[in-house]
Design a protein around this ligand. Structure first.
Ligand code: DC
Length: 224
């Protein structure tokens, strides 16, 4: 029996990959994995339990034992809804730091792969096409200029009533890009066989349409 097909959508912070991946999963009625939320959950649990961001063995154990539930758009950690807290800047920064640790990454591998169920999966992250699902039927690398990504994040956070500055966010994004790209374990990079989608001058709908068109063609050919 062949494994359910995976569409891998990778890219840097605030590139729009999450929105694109969710839109594609909904349109095609496929399962959806937001792999970044797993790193965020490990970071949140570690901070709650006072585990240091460089204590690799304890962080890996914590990653293995995470008790989580994804329920539509809400995410629960040990029964409590942590959806908003997960998106905040402290958790974002901590997640990027613990994501450099190879034992944490391997502790999350089988959990990520368990999302692959019929009729198929759209997975979003940094290493979906390179490490977690190298046999994905379609790999898209979503990117946009750091300035445009900072502006998008700025609008989202301001709408939610956060007080942030555009300059601060741009710095955060550049730092996070550097850390995600420079790490030895599964660095952020486009898979050799990925299509590059630069959304700098594109709307969300245009970006989703770009991926949908290719996804439909690939799924049709493997189901034929
Ligand atoms: O996609 P995100 O912003 O929610 O990801 C949070 C952090 O987790 C990000 O800094 C990098 C890391 N991450 C990763 O290393 N590998 C993934 N597949 C997803 C996220």
């Amino acid at each position: 029996m062949t494994a359910p097909p995976v569409i891998a959508i990778d890219g840097p912070a605030a590139s729009g990959k999450g929105t694109v991946a969710q839109g594609v999963a909904a349109a095609l009625r496929l399962h959806y994995l937001d792999s970044g939320s797993l790193y965020r959950l490990v970071a949140l649990k570690a901070s709650r339990e006072g585990v240091a961001a460089n204590d690799e063995a304890r962080l890996a154990a914590l990653a293995k034992s995470l008790e989580i539930a994804f329920d539509k758009r809400r995410i629960r950690l040990q029964g409590l809804d942590v959806t908003e807290e997960l998106r905040g800047e402290p958790v974002s920064a901590a997640a990027s730091r613990i994501a450099v640790l190879p034992s944490v990454r391997s502790a999350l591998l089988s959990r990520q792969r368990s999302f692959r169920r019929p009729p198929g999966l759209v997975a979003d992250g940094r290493d979906m096409g390179t490490v977690v699902f190298p046999d994905a039927v379609l790999k898209i690398y979503v990117t946009a200029s750091a300035e445009v990504r900072a502006e998008r994040r700025y609008k989202q956070l301001i709408e939610k009533g956060n007080s942030v500055t555009l300059e601060g966010l741009l710095l955060d994004i550049r730092e996070r890009d550097a850390r995600d790209s420079a790490r030895a374990a599964a660095p952020l990079k486009a898979a050799a066989d990925a299509l590059i989608l630069d959304t700098t001058d594109m709307t969300i709908d245009q970006s989703i349409a770009f991926v949908l068109e290719r996804a439909k063609a690939v799924l049709k050919s493997i189901r034929a």
